[in-house]
Design a protein around this ligand. Structure first.
Ligand code: UDP
Ligand code: MG
Length: 311
């Protein structure tokens, strides 16, 4: 008998956890000879999520892990994948934005043996603020230019993977995790399913524009070293420009003498060069700070309680 583990990161999801559980009960009958394991990861919620999970875990297909504080969705997914015992493992949001109805199709595709993973992407950004869509598009354009790992536009974290692929994902133990990149980096044959964006059933999104912005910067640092070469390229460029200007000034002085002027342009140039230098140092700082966090080897998450501690 095959077993499917559903990893569900939950951060302040008191309104949605029960709805999610009910939806999964509804689709179970589609599967023949398959058992389920729901693995909720409470990512340091400050609402009643943990109490609800404790109560739910009296059902035998429900397990939970509770973090000692909020470690972020990436950490929650990693913890879930580590604890999952299924032959197939899916990652799903608690808010039902990842339609459970797709699970059966995903399962059949993996069972056929042609693919190792079935991933999903949303085809439209309907219902999203225009500015957000604009920056999201821009981000995907940039990262795919500068990173060798393909980051698919609109890809969601919702995917079903074989045990082999899960183990490969777990073998990447980096502290600064960016799953969209990691899933792509480990390779394997992935089938993409597309669907329309569905709104949250209840509660609200945990991602502010600012949080997303920082997340996108982190992902660039995690999956590309191109920004680091910006400093070298700029350096060469500026040397070249400086050389041209020196020749220009020598020629001008010889031909027209030297009227002492040009202070405003001088100040502008100083500010400009200063800015470029700070930018380059800043970029290096980003990589240095990530390297610093990696070498500290701190755990990705800390568990304060699981369903085994409850009894
Ligand atoms: N989530 C989490 N930790 C966080 C933020 C979010 O575990 O720090 C979970 C959240 O509970 C949900 C999923 O990640 O199950 C996706 O979050 P959300 O729906 O807020 O994001 P969106 O769908 O708006 O991108
Ligand atoms: Mg959501």
């Amino acid at each position: 008998m095959k077993k499917i583990s559903l990893v569900v990161p939950c951060y302040n999801e008191e309104e949605t956890v029960n709805l999610f559980y009910d939806e999964i009960q509804k689709i179970k009958s589609d599967f023949k000879g398959v058992s389920f394991e729901m693995l909720f990861v409470n990512d340091g919620s400050s609402d009643k999520t943990l109490e609800i999970l404790r109560r739910l875990s009296s059902k035998d297909d429900v397990r939970y892990i509770s973090f000692s504080r909020n470690f972020g969705k990436e950490a929650a997914m990693y913890a879930g994948l580590e604890a999952a015992t299924g032959d197939y493992v899916a990652i799903m949001d608690a808010d039902l934005q990842d339609p459970p109805a797709l699970l059966h199709e995903m399962y059949e595709i993996l069972e056929s043996g042609e693919y190792d993973s079935v991933a999903t992407r949303r085809v439209s950004r309907k219902g999203e603020p225009i500015i957000r869509s604009f920056f999201a598009r821009l981000y995907y354009k940039i990262i795919n230019k500068i990173s060798k790992t393909e980051i698919v536009d609109g890809a969601r974290d919702f995917r079903l993977m074989t045990r082999q692929m899960v183990n490969s994902v777990l073998s990447l133990k980096e502290y600064n995790r960016f799953s969209k990149g990691i899933f792509s980096w480990v390779g394997y044959r992935t089938k993409w399913l597309e669907y329309e964006n569905t709104p949250r059933v209840a509660g609200e999104t945990k991602w502010s524009f600012w949080k997303l912005f920082l997340y996108s910067l982190d992902s660039i640092v995690a999956f590309s070293t191109v920004p680091l070469s910006i400093a070298s390229v700029m350096g060469i460029l500026f040397c070249f420009v400086a050389f041209l200007i020196i020749i220009f000034i020598i020629v001008r002085t010889i031909m027209f003498g030297d009227p002492t002027s040009g202070w405003p342009s001088m100040v502008c140039i100083m500010f400009f060069i200063g800015g470029v230098q700070l930018l380059c140092v800043g970029i290096m700082g980003q990589y240095l700070s990530k390297a610093y966090l990696e070498v500290k080897r701190r755990p990705i998450y800390i568990i304060s309680e699981t369903e085994k501690d409850k009894k």
